[in-house]
Design a protein around this ligand. Structure first.
Ligand code: CP3
Length: 342
């Protein structure tokens, strides 16, 4: 096995950690903005397999990242289940809401998503043909809780209030939504693997807003179900779980979820993660993405700090969250050169 990302995921401690970056294909890159304009808008880009593969490849060509992540969005799955989805420029996603049983009953069954998502699978097939042999192809989905927060509210919210409210007021409906999403996510990721994804990552961006038992029931249990079902269907498939905002609850998650890698946000220090999370297996993270905007000596110092803190165990270098549109592409190169000791 020569791909460095797969070696780290298998538990190997490498002399230099492999690198990729969340949102590495994104608006900070002029070539991305040009291709998005060619596609028309963001969703048209997601569903245009040739152009989605092209933007996935752009950061690989420019920087030589060790992994490429499929270009798509976590909200394509609710759309495949029958929700309306659109993006308001400068604001973010909008969806038709699900807050009553009748709206839930109108959703499609979990296994009826594949026609809608066929262009995503085609993007993966193109990528597995066109990526350099050393580059790992990562597929992904949103975790059920995070996707549900958007389906229930119809948009992003600062505190996921509408989803918490539905959970309090109509728990059976709330749990039915999570169940449908869990089943659909297993099918979706399984098809991604069949189309060429070598690793899958589950993005639970709002896991941190679940408190007490809710964190276990609605973040950990669905992730565990998804991971074990995928590993049963695809023996040896590496899984990365990203329960963002877990704070000290990151400890023990490799074992709890059965994931090969836990991705860390920047709410924990790399030193704490080395002591409390990395003993369980590979970790990914966790440089603050703001360094990609500010650059300079701070970027170099904090990059070295993450590398040094996590060098005694399996580590994939990444940011703590996605790179932002105001980032400077030169700072990304500086980060990579610093990690690789160039
Ligand atoms: O990492 C990658 O580059 C892979 C592709 C990817 C995108 N979104 C592309 C994207 C992935 C893995 C995501 C995940 C995603 N999408 C999450 C979970 C991770 C996280 O960021 O917390 C969430 C919550 C979404 C939903 C979403 N998509 C929002 C809230 C927004 C608008 C906010 C924003 O950044 O503009 C998007 C749009 C989006 N998804 C963009 C990209 C490159 C920007 C779209 C554009 O070009 O205008």
């Amino acid at each position: 096995m020569t791909k460095t990302i797969l070696r780290a995921l298998a538990g190997e401690t490498l002399p230099t950690p492999p690198i990729w970056m969340m949102r590495q294909a994104g608006r900070y890159l002029p070539e991305y903005r040009a291709t998005r304009a060619q596609a028309g808008d963001f969703l048209s880009l997601c569903y245009n397999s040739d152009l989605a593969a092209e933007v996935t490849l752009q950061p690989i060509r420019r920087y030589g990242f060790d992994a490429a992540i499929l270009f798509a969005d976590i909200l394509l799955l609710p759309q495949a289940l029958g929700a309306d989805l659109w993006f308001v420029t400068g604001e973010g996603p909008r969806l038709s809401t699900i807050t009553a049983q009748a709206e839930f009953d109108a959703l499609k069954p979990a296994d009826a998503i594949h026609d809608h998502l066929a262009p995503v699978y085609e993007t993966l097939r193109i990528l597995s043909r066109d990526l350099p042999t050393e580059t790992t192809l990562i597929g992904f989905a949103g975790a059920p809780w995070t996707v549900a927060t958007y389906m229930i509210a119809g948009r992003g919210t600062p505190d996921q209030g509408p989803a918490h409210a539905l959970k309090a007021e109509n728990r059976p409906l709330f749990e039915a939504i999570l169940d449908r999403l869990t089943e659909a996510t297993i099918d979706y990721l399984s098809q991604q693997v069949q189309a060429g994804a070598e690793v899958v990552k589950l993005f639970d961006s709002w896991a941190g807003s679940l408190q007490g038992d809710d964190f276990v029931k609605y973040a950990i249990e669905p992730a565990t179900r998804i991971t074990s079902a995928l590993k049963a269907r695809h023996p040896g498939l590496p899984v990365i779980a990203f329960p963002r905002g877990a704070e000290t609850r990151y400890e023990g998650l490799h074992a709890a979820i059965g994931a090969d890698c836990i991705a860390l946000d920047d709410g924990v220090t790399p030193e704490w993660a080395a002591a409390h999370v990395q003993p369980g297996g590979c970790v990914q993270g966790n440089l603050k993405s703001s360094h990609m905007v500010t650059g300079g000596a701070d970027l170099v110092r904090e990059t070295r700090r993450v590398v040094d803190a996590l060098k005694h165990g399996p580590h994939i270098f990444n940011l703590g969250h996605g790179i932002t549109p105001d980032a400077d592409p030169e700072n990304v190169q500086l980060m990579i050169d610093t990690v690789r000791g160039a």
